[in-house]
Design a protein around this ligand. Sequence first.
Ligand code: MN
Length: 726
Amino acid sequence: MIRQYELVDMIKAYHPNVDEDAVNRAYVYAMKMHGSQKRASGDPYFLHPLEVAGIMTELKLDDATIITALLHDTIEDTPATYEEIERLFGTEIAKLVDGVTKLNQIELQNPESKQAENFRKLVLAMSEDIRVLLVKLADRLHNMRTIGFIKKPEKRRRIALETLEIYVPLAERIGISKFKEELEDMSFEVLNEEARDSIITRLSFLRDEGEGVVERIIKELEKRLKDSGVKAKVTGREKSPYSIWRKMQRKNISFEQLSDIMAFRATVADTQECYHTLGVIHELYPTVPGRFKDYISIPKSNGYRSLHTTVIGPENQRIEIQIRTHEMHEEAELGVAAHWAYKQDGDNGGEQSGGPKYRWLRELMDIIEHAPKPDEFLENTKLELYQDQVFCFTPQGDLIELPNGATPVDFAYAVHSMVGDTCVGAKINGRIVPLNTRLTNGDQVEIKRSKEGTPNPNWERFVITGKARARIRRFIRAQQREQYSGLGKTMLQKVYKTEEYEFQEKDLQNLCRQFRCDAVEDIYTGIGSGHINARDVFKAAFPDFKASADTPTITKTKSVNNATHKNKGKNKGKSAPMPIKGLIPGMALHFARCCHPLPGDRIVGIVTTGRGVTIHTTECDTLEAFADTPERWLDVAWDEENDTPEAHIGRLNVTVANEPGSLGTVSTVIGQNGGNITNLKIVNRDLDFWDMLLDVYVRDIEHLSNVIAALRATPEIASVSRTKGR
Ligand code: MN
């Protein structure tokens, strides 16, 4: 177990100005918090955060990261809270610990390759500070080192698979090959111990056969380079079992053919020397074509720089050689951590300026900016920042990737268009939420569906994905067509009945071309949406009718502004009123704002081009304006079977006594009677009385009458009347 002073010494070795007091307090606090908790191995739990902190010192990380490592499991597993950590260690550390805690809470429930990429993105999106990710990687590294203590084989496999699919690529992405290789090898051992053993056996056979071949090659390389005037330190090693196995899989080669198993590295003073060394090696040994890579002039997206080449080297062995400077080597081993540590050394007081956190990001951006291809650059920018994406889980643990700002409706459509179409509600992390709630990273989203559910036109206002928007619009268009078509047919039939002709759909077949329609259905839709005049269609069907038809129409027109029921009487009740049923408000149907019709009122519809039908009360003054266009009048009736009554606006003219509390009384009385005030306008105010207009949400005319009666019974209220004007 690393002792308190030992940990401090480990940090001091690379960072002499360490805040000893803070590190010591974190050590004691974590030990106290974890108390008697035990690991699967039977060891005290505290050993784990301590080891993770130790790993962080290997990367020469700053005090905040070491302290975060010590505290990383306290919020999740002990009584410690964010607030307490913030109070004891400051906001920066509290946020870092919180970040690691959140990462721990989004375990991949469904380890599958197609999920892995999204999950990696989620992890990156959630580790806003790269130090969170580094602690998480070290946490995983230590957990993998002790995975043997986990009893259940399935659990070991799940953890190993997750490590291989998620954390290995992440370690690679940020350039920490040290973590990457160890994690990879440990996962390989859990997932395919047999293959690993076979490779190790084969390696040791080759080693015995060659007897010190690695050492001999190193010697020869060093000597021949020196003779050519190059000062290089050459190291050599066998490739890792996992990388060999991957290669065998990729190239479909057998153990017997396995030869390319040694990797050598020449470390030199500067970049120029790298190319010089390469030249010398290519002069000395035949190269293997297609194996040369220059990652110095074009670094990998994680910042990796090196020259790679494969030659038929000493003893006719096929060997891979990497050529790099000392600095490049350190970076390759430690990734961004090394990069950062370099800058840290020559940078005084950076910590006071609140710099480190942002410096990480800047450094990372720096590396990303050196990425060769623009698309790769973009991908990496997204990987690190992801401000434009959000990742959410289905209840089954699948990850769904959405643009930032997405709602449960977007989520539902992303799962499947049918799920979107039938969505009626949503739960986020088990709680019911409005459908326009913005999703956040790691949310678990459950969509409530109903067989009868249909897309709601209002959704269009808040969805942000193209797929959701397209589906909703498509549905609205289809609905509108259907409604306009039904409406148009009714309107045309009305003309027929007025003229006492029998309506026959087949007569219309021949008119399609004339009205530029593909089918009779389209004629109806045209009439319903107001683009085709119903009378024109009728006249086209009966060209001879013209003379006798016009006269009665004009007479009727004149009588219209009296009242619609008269109009209806003239038709001798032949055309039954069209129910509003099925017309969705806001689509083909609008309620006039001049008279606020309520269920129970006598109503009439006015057809407006491209907007469907506007419903007015039969007493509305506005109707006069339509006196000359009888074809636009539509006899409509309330849908009495509607079992889900919608709220309608009723407008009241109220006069109350000008005294304290009277306004409150008005709203109380309305509220008690189930009305909801949506608008209030004071139109006149004198010494004794206030006159105002109140818009109240009610079910129907009866409901409004009850509200009015209750108001009239209130002493402070002088008069109440329903108003159908502006
Ligand atoms: Mn842990």
